[in-house]
Design a protein around this ligand. Structure first.
Ligand SMILES: [Fe+2]
Length: 295
C-alpha cells in the first residue's frame, strides 16, 4: 500500500512538472508572436540641429527559417512603417545559418526563407533611406550566402554597409552612419569602416553585435551611438534568474534596451525572430523606433 502511494505521489510530481513545463512552453510560444513596437527617445550631445527629432526605425534578428513565419516579418514591416520613420536600419541575422551542431536540426539556409524575407523587407521605405549590416548567422551558411543576402538587400533598395560609412544630409548638416560586418567574422573591420570619417562628426554605428564596444575601447575611437541586436534579449528569461543564455562575454550587460558607457550609448533590440528553440519567455520580439534629440 505504501509502495502504491509513493508511486502515485511520484506520478503526481511528474505530472505537475510536465504541466508547469507545458505552461511555460505555451506562454513562451505565444511570446514569439507578441510583437512589440518599442518607442524610445535617445539624447545625443553631438546631434546636429537638422537631425533633432529624427525617427530611426530598426528591425533586427529576423532569423527567417522554419521557426519564423512570413506573417511575423510582414507584421514587423507593417508596424515599423506605421510609425513613419525618417531612416530605417536593419542590423543583421536576416536568416538562420547552419552550424555543425545545428545543421541536422534546421537544415541551414533555404531559398524559400530568404525569398519571403527579401519580399517583405522590400516594402520598407524612408526619406533618408534604408541601411543594413550583416549578422553572424548571415555568414554561417557560407560566405557566398552572406554575399547573396547583401546583394539581395541591395536589389530591394537597401544599402548594405560592409566596413564602410555613409554620410546622411539634412538641412545643410550631416550625420555619419557607419556599418561593420559581424564582429565574430573574419571580414569585420571597424578601423576600415572609420577611415576618412570626419573627426568631429556625429557618429552612429550599426553593428549586429553590441560587443563591438570592446573594440571601440581597444582602438580608442569615438562613437556616439551604436544600434545593434544579436542577444535576442536573452530569448528565455526566467523570473528571479534572468536570461538563461546570452551570447556575450559581457553577460547580461547588452541584453536589451539602452546601455550607457560614459559618453557612448548602445541600443540593443530584442529582435523580431528567434533561434534554436521556438520559445520566447518574458522576452517578446520587437521592432523599434528611436527618436534622436539633442541632449
Ligand atoms: Fe540573432
Amino acid at each position: 500500500m505504501k509502495n502504491k502511494l509513493s508511486i502515485t505521489r511520484r506520478g503526481f510530481i511528474r505530472l505537475f512538472i510536465l504541466g508547469v513545463l507545458s505552461l511555460i512552453a505555451g506562454k513562451g510560444f505565444l511570446n514569439t508572436r507578441n510583437l512589440e513596437l518599442v518607442k524610445l527617445k535617445v539624447g545625443l550631445k553631438s546631434l546636429p540641429n537638422a537631425f533633432d527629432g529624427l525617427k530611426v526605425g530598426q528591425i533586427t534578428d529576423i532569423h527567417a527559417g522554419p521557426l519564423v513565419s512570413r506573417e511575423l516579418v510582414r507584421e514587423g514591416v507593417d508596424k515599423l512603417m506605421s510609425a513613419r520613420p525618417d531612416l530605417i536600419l536593419l542590423t543583421g541575422d536576416f536568416v538562420s545559418g547552419a552550424t555543425k551542431i545545428l545543421w541536422t536540426t534546421y537544415g541551414g539556409f533555404k531559398e524559400k526563407h530568404y525569398k519571403y524575407c527579401m519580399e517583405e523587407l522590400g516594402r520598407l521605405k524612408a526619406p533618408l533611406g534604408v541601411f543594413a549590416v550583416l549578422g553572424n548567422h548571415d555568414f554561417w551558411s557560407g560566405i557566398e550566402v552572406a554575399d547573396k543576402i547583401a546583394n539581395g538587400l541591395e536589389n530591394i533598395g537597401v544599402r548594405v554597409l560592409r566596413n564602410e560609412f555613409q554620410t546622411l544630409k539634412r538641412g545643410g548638416e550631416t550625420l555619419q552612419l557607419i556599418g561593420v560586418d559581424d564582429y565574430w567574422e573574419g571580414s569585420y573591420s571597424l578601423s576600415r569602416a572609420l577611415k576618412n570619417v570626419p573627426e568631429d562628426a556625429c557618429r552612429i554605428l550599426l553593428s549586429h553585435n553590441p560587443d563591438v564596444n570592446e573594440d571601440i575601447e581597444n582602438l580608442g575611437e569615438r562613437i556616439d551611438f551604436i544600434i545593434s541586436g544579436h542577444t535576442h534579449g536573452g530569448q528565455v528569461v526566467l523570473p528571479f534568474v534572468g536570461a538563461l543564455y546570452v551570447p556575450s562575454p559581457f553577460g547580461q550587460k547588452y541584453l536589451a534596451g539602452l546601455v550607457k558607457d560614459g559618453k557612448r550609448q548602445t541600443y540593443v533590440s530584442r529582435g523580431l525572430g528567434l533561434f534554436f528553440i521556438p520559445i520566447r519567455l518574458n522576452c517578446p520580439p520587437d521592432v523599434s523606433v528611436l527618436t534622436l534629440y539633442q541632449a
